[in-house]
Design a protein around this ligand. Structure first.
Ligand code: PMP
Ligand code: GLU
Length: 397
């Protein structure tokens, strides 16, 4: 019997979480799997943040918080946005939720609905298209390839805009490509948007601090853009806090108010303890952020060097986030025994079974010719994973 709603039936499960789950199951069954599927820092949450959470428990932060989060946390976020991004937000414009994931979904549900189009440059993070489905709006996927550094050009943006366009999704640094939009590139996109003042931009900046090319730039800093940008960020990546589930949107008041209203009906404010931990993260010593960034940069260079040597994989050095996203379509049509590799999903499954390395197929990122490896793992794991991937791919003929 399937009595599920059409909305649910149309939804795909999260491929990143599914692959991670699969590799955890194999691990539990005794298989030595190296999990490069899910994107999360392998570091522990820094001690001063954990201490703040412990204090919050002892000080009885055990009651419902305001729906958009404690005022003290929203003030700390407003200060962060001023200090690091040069952006002026009042705390009232900030709504905290259960991760950047909920923050993105809140905004989409608040502003997009049936008949609306949401422009999504691809490759894109797995959840955007599915969230647009939840909103019952229409995704307009704009493919960008390795030859254009996976970045949306102003001409592509202009060509994709229709009278129904409601939202442009941007993600920089990008998951899964690691591309980072420069100030000039954002300026050029903003110049196109200036002609279409009703389009809202959702700017997902969760990888802000995992950046290897210098300072982060938000499209919200472009003239006229702060009035129609919903800036998304959180603590998952910068502070190694994926499990704490704390993210936020900073947006024009009318969007922030709407997100609060929505969230008040289905999850309320996020965890009180996670909020106090996040407050310590945003307002405390930032040395841990730079330490982890440097570690990711070193691992990027290590893993890039190893995968770039494998014949048939085409790579570009990513400038941010912690993923390598090689083009792997040269393997399509090849076989190992009876097994034919027809797609990136086949290849990801083959690598899991043959090499015991978990990666995520590009299909899930609207980029079927590619495959994603997270390098947020220990050096020896990366070296061993690359060795296994090379050996497994060498068997395909
Ligand atoms: N946006 C992007 C691009 C991501 O990769 C992720 C994955 N964590 C998120 C948002 C959600 O992050 P969070 O853990 O804060 O929900
Ligand atoms: N964003 C991470 C990833 O892409 C975490 C998993 C998820 O939420 O999708 O792997």
């Amino acid at each position: 019997m399937n009595r599920l709603s059409d909305r649910l039936n149309s939804l795909s499960p999260s491929a990143t979480l599914a692959m991670s789950q699969k590799s955890a199951e194999l691990k539990a069954a005794g298989v030595d799997v190296i999990n490069l599927s899910v994107g999360e820092p392998d570091f522990f949450t820094p001690d001063h943040i954990k201490e703040a959470a412990k204090r919050a428990i002892d000080e009885n932060f055990s009651f419902y918080s305001p729906v958009p989060g404690y005022m003290s946390l929203r003030k700390a976020i407003a200060e962060k946005l001023k200090r690091e991004n040069g952006l002026d937000y009042a705390p009232e414009q900030i709504v905290c939720g259960n991760g950047a994931k909920q923050a993105v979904c809140n905004v989409l549900l608040c502003v997009a609905g049936p008949g609306d189009e949401v422009i999504i440059p691809a490759p894109c993070w797995v959840s955007y298209v599915e969230m647009v489905k939840l909103a019952e709006a229409q995704s307009v996927i704009i493919p960008t390839g390795i030859e254009q550094d996976f970045k949306l050009t102003p001409a592509q943006l202009e060509a994709a805009i229709t009278p129904r366009t409601k939202v442009l999704m941007l993600c920089s640094p990008s998951n899964p490509t690691g591309s980072v939009y420069s100030r000039e590139e954002l300026e050029a996109l903003a110049a196109v948007l200036a002609k279409y003042p009703d389009i809202i931009v959702i700017s997902d900046e969760i990888y802000e601090h995992v950046n290897y090319v210098g300072s982060h730039c938000s499209i919200a800093s472009q003239p006229g853009m702060i009035e129609r940008t919903a800036l998304i960020n959180g603590v998952s990546k910068a502070y190694a806090m994926t499990g704490w589930r704390l993210g936020f949107v900073a947006a024009p008041l009318w969007i922030a108010k709407a997100c609060s209203k929505l969230q008040g009906q289905y999850t309320s404010g996020p965890s009180s303890i996670a909020q106090k931990a996040a407050e310590a993260a945003f307002s405390g010593d930032q040395a841990c952020v730079e330490e982890m960034r440097r570690a990711f940069e070193r691992r990027r260079d290590l893993m890039f060097g190893l995968l770039d040597k494998i014949p048939g994989l085409e790579l570009r050095l990513p400038h941010g986030a912690f993923y390598l996203f090689p083009k792997c379509s040269s393997y399509f049509g090849k076989r190992a025994g009876d097994r034919v590799i027809a797609s990136s999903s086949d290849l990801a499954l083959y690598l899991l079974e043959e090499a015991h390395v978990a990666a995520v197929a590009g299909d899930a990122f609207c980029a079927p010719d590619y495959i994603r490896f997270s390098y947020a793992a220990a050096d020896d794991q990366l070296v061993e994973a690359a060795r296994r991937v090379a050996a497994a791919l060498a068997k395909l003929a």
